[in-house]
Design a binder for this molecule. Structure first.
Ligand SMILES: [Mg+2]
Length: 186
């Protein structure tokens, strides 16, 4: 079975700024354990994509080019550790915009499948740190993993398949599970 991994960005890969946006590479702080986590997950996923709401663009606080610059730095840092990201899909819309592309809308998932037609949502793990991420996963029938301590509605709390303090904790649990299944089959 081919697996796919969708990662939220802020709060999962890098430190989330309170009431602010990462607007330049200088403001980007990759969270501890993330490079190792991605390197260990990489062999188990056909595609790894970052799926991110970035309304700082819609608000005029940064440009799409600024965002690309941040992602170049991020991708390089993670690839150097062995955790190559295949692509970044972002929604620049403001939350107030009608019919916006932001999670939990399906827009970015559909864009991902357009770029990579092999993607199957039922074999996709969506990892996020907010209710919007888990609702997005649920809307598309993906496996959901919650990172951090944010409170989310009970129906979303019961939808996800596990809550972990950090991405590295998920990676360890996932690899242990893969190992166990492999040993059972052998
Ligand atoms: Mg987030």
């Amino acid at each position: 079975m081919k697996r796919f991994l969708f990662l939220d960005r802020d709060g999962v890969l890098n430190r989330r700024l309170t009431n602010d946006y990462v607007k330049s590479p200088e403001e980007l702080e990759i969270l501890p354990g993330v490079p190792e986590a991605l390197a260990s997950l990489r062999p188990h996923f056909e595609r790894i994509l970052v799926i991110s709401n970035q309304q700082g663009i819609g608000k005029g606080l940064m440009t799409a080019a600024d965002l690309e610059g941040i992602h170049r730095v991020m991708a390089r840092e993670l690839a150097e550790a062995g955790g190559q990201i295949d692509d970044f899909i972002c929604c620049p819309d403001r939350a107030e915009k009608k019919d916006n592309c932001r999670k939990p809308s399906a827009a970015m998932a559909l864009e991902a499948r357009k770029r990579y037609p092999e993607i199957r949502f039922e074999n996709t793990w969506m990892i996020g740190d907010t209710a919007g991420d888990i609702a997005f996963a649920r809307n598309l029938g993906m496996h959901a993993i919650m990172i951090g301590e944010e409170d989310i509605p009970p129906e979303l709390e019961s939808y996800h398949r596990g809550r972990y303090p950090e991405l590295i904790d998920f990676a360890r649990a996932f690899l242990a599970e893969v190992d166990k299944n492999h040993n059972t089959q052998a």
